[in-house]
Write a protein that binds this ligand. Structure first.
Ligand code: GLN
Length: 384
């Protein structure tokens, strides 16, 4: 047999896996891959155990348990003011990543283009390439990660099928404003471009800011897949439950892919999340207030080091500038910091087609217990 010709020549193992493995190998404090090291809420864990015990262990409907879709619809109406049809416009998926993959595969054709804003999450481009399409990268501002909408406008061609946005943004935490959404609506008007809005950090916002969900903006929502993830909201990233909200016609195409990709998502977790959403709405309402002291504490601790924290409007990642410590490129710096100093972060280069020359930033996840953050700082303080 001839050697397999790779379909993804640019892809190796994802940086999150690489850095987590390296952290384990070197017993480093792992602030790399984004996951909380504190407990999932007890009522949710209890509900999961109960669902499994009560025998809710078989396939759910392909689009998700009705109770969960209804709870998502009620929440969407309450917080974003949008009426969403739980039967036709919501699909539960095995995490946000599956939803991104399904959406791209469902509507993007070979030879088309998808605009992504760099730095962007590393799963976007492989999904686009597997669809036979091409990712066209538009850089965000290198300092505050705002979108240069004129550049986006100039990048659109007759082949552009989709634009992908992400707010709060991974890795920077930057958030799109109401003005951004108005500009975006103006750009997409009179085009056939589908919008994919990755909003998995939607509830983790700070300082009284408002998350500008695409679901608040009817004109955008009419052409969008809006993707979220329970893993981020309920501290259960390993459960892999997310969802996509999209108008009926887009959801119908989305489900054609979803049904043959995973068919349905782990039923006990869906049952537990439905119960949690109904009985503990305060959980997601208070998530920003829960994370804000962690963010502020971590930033205060960083003052003891030579690392310079950038602002964090949303999400649970802290970018730090390490140029006062090292001139190594970020991938090498992240490896060095893990191996020599026992602290793991994520370099930004894998989020870019072309990383900005001389950028010296790495990402730390502060969704951690105080003791974890303090252990990391105790090590970082010693880095010359
Ligand atoms: N979303 C997580 C992050 O940005 C990574 C998830 C994964 O490893 N697949 O850290």
């Amino acid at each position: 047999m001839n050697p397999i010709q790779t379909k993804l020549p640019k892809v190796g193992t994802t940086i999150f896996t690489v850095m987590s493995q390296l952290a384990t190998e070197h017993k480093a404090v792992n602030l790399g891959q984004g996951f909380p090291d504190f407990d999932t809420p007890a009522p949710l864990v209890d509900a999961l155990a109960r669902a499994a015990r009560e025998g809710r262990n078989q396939y759910s409907p392909m689009s998700g348990l009705p109770a969960l879709r209804q709870a998502i619809a009620a929440k969407t109406k309450k917080i974003y003011g949008r009426d969403v049809d739980a039967d036709a416009e919501i699909t539960v998926t095995s995490g946000g990543s599956e939803a991104i993959f399904d959406a791209v595969l469902a509507v993007v054709h070979p030879g088309e283009e998808v605009i992504v804003l760099d730095p962007c999450y590393d799963s976007y481009e492989p999904a686009i390439e597997l669809a036979g399409a091409r990712a066209v990268h538009v850089p965000l501002d290198a300092h505050d990660f705002h979108v240069d909408w004129q550049r986006v406008r100039d990048t659109i061609t007759p082949r552009t099928r989709m634009l992908m946005i992400n707010s709060p943004h991974n890795p920077s935490g930057a958030m799109l404003s109401a003005q951004d959404m108005a500009t975006l609506a103006d750009i997409l008007r009179r085009t056939d471009i589908v919008l994919l809005s990755d909003e998995v950090y939607e509830h983790i916002v700070y300082d009284g800011a408002r998350h500008e969900s695409v679901l608040r903006h009817p004109e955008l929502a009419e052409r969008a897949f809006v993707i979220s993830s329970f893993g981020k909201t309920y501290h259960c990233t390993g459960w892999k439950v997310g969802y996509a909200i999209a108008p009926r016609a887009l959801s119908a195409e989305f489900r054609k892919v979803h049904q043959y990709n995973t068919f349905c998502t782990f039923t006990p977790a869906q049952a537990a999340l439905a119960e949690m959403l109904e009985q503990h709405p305060e959980h997601h309402e208070q998530l920003g207030a829960f994370y804000q002291p962690k963010r502020d504490h971590f930033r205060a601790l960083l003052e003891r080091t030579k690392l310079k924290p950038l602002p964090v409007p949303g999400g649970y990642f802290q970018l730090v500038d390490y140029s006062a410590v090292s001139d190594l490129p970020d991938v090498e710096f992240a490896r060095w910091l893990t191996v020599e100093h026992g602290v793991t972060g994520i370099p930004l280069a894998p989020f870019y087609e072309t990383p900005p020359a001389g950028q010296r930033l790495i990402r730390f996840c502060f969704a951690k217990n105080e003791a974890t953050l303090e252990a990391a700082i105790a090590r970082l303080e010693k880095v010359c």
